[in-house]
Design a binder for this molecule. Structure first.
Ligand code: 5GP
Length: 190
């Protein structure tokens, strides 16, 4: 997606630890026009799927997911993060290792918001090691819902997330793929 590549080159910043900071247009301030185009691009790429719902994770997945949900005209649910969860019969819960905080976090979705048999599209802002997406897939498995595919705004292709998800037989669509962040430079894959 060319507009997103241009924005990353213009306003993204590379931080230590292979982190790309995009807080001026995705993670804190949001470029709504770009985000609307991102949502439409996900809708176009998954137009061949009968999607019932979108699932993402708070907080930075919500903006792209809401735009995709609007374009696809489906409901959106986001998994909530908690320091520690009191387990309840009413929630699907899983534990994941957060790339940005380097800590384990419990995440949960209320059982009312995913129905068995639904075909669900998972959306997130970044794909690095795949922990966030794998946690969401775990929640879908618990809910006996089906994964329609995974939509990612920015994939860091030099990290193993895509291989891990594809190894489970799932489709990953990334709007931009980054081959390297070495020397504080963003190199795109294609
Ligand atoms: P993963 O779980 O695939 O290792 O990492 C993906 C999650 O970590 C995303 O939900 C995203 O919020 C965060 N993340 C991973 N890498 C980056 C990055 O380079 N920049 C930003 N802003 N977030 C990242």
């Amino acid at each position: 997606m060319e507009a997103l590549k241009h924005k990353i080159l213009e306003a993204g910043r590379v931080l230590p630890g292979n982190v790309l900071k995009v807080d001026s247009f995705i993670n804190q301030q949001i470029d709504v026009e770009l985000m609307t185009a991102i949502g439409q691009e996900f809708a176009d790429r998954f137009a061949d799927q009968q999607i019932d719902r979108i699932l993402t994770i708070e907080s930075s997945g919500i903006a792209p997911a809401i735009m995709a949900a609007q374009a696809l005209k489906v409901p959106l649910v986001f998994a909530r993060k908690r320091k520690s969860l009191t387990l309840s019969a009413d929630i699907y819960a899983t534990k994941l290792f957060s790339y940005t905080t380097q800590q384990y976090t419990d995440v949960m979705v209320d059982k009312r918001f995913i129905q068995p048999g639904e075909k669900v599209l998972v959306i997130d802002d970044f794909l690095a090691n795949g922990q966030a997406v794998e946690g969401l897939i775990d929640i879908l498995n618990q809910a006996q819902a089906t994964l329609a595919g995974v939509g990612i705004v920015i994939e860091k292709s030099f990290q193993p997330g895509r291989q891990a998800i594809e190894a489970k037989g799932f489709r990953v669509e990334s709007l931009v793929k980054i081959a390297s962040l070495d020397d504080n430079q963003v190199q795109f894959s294609e």
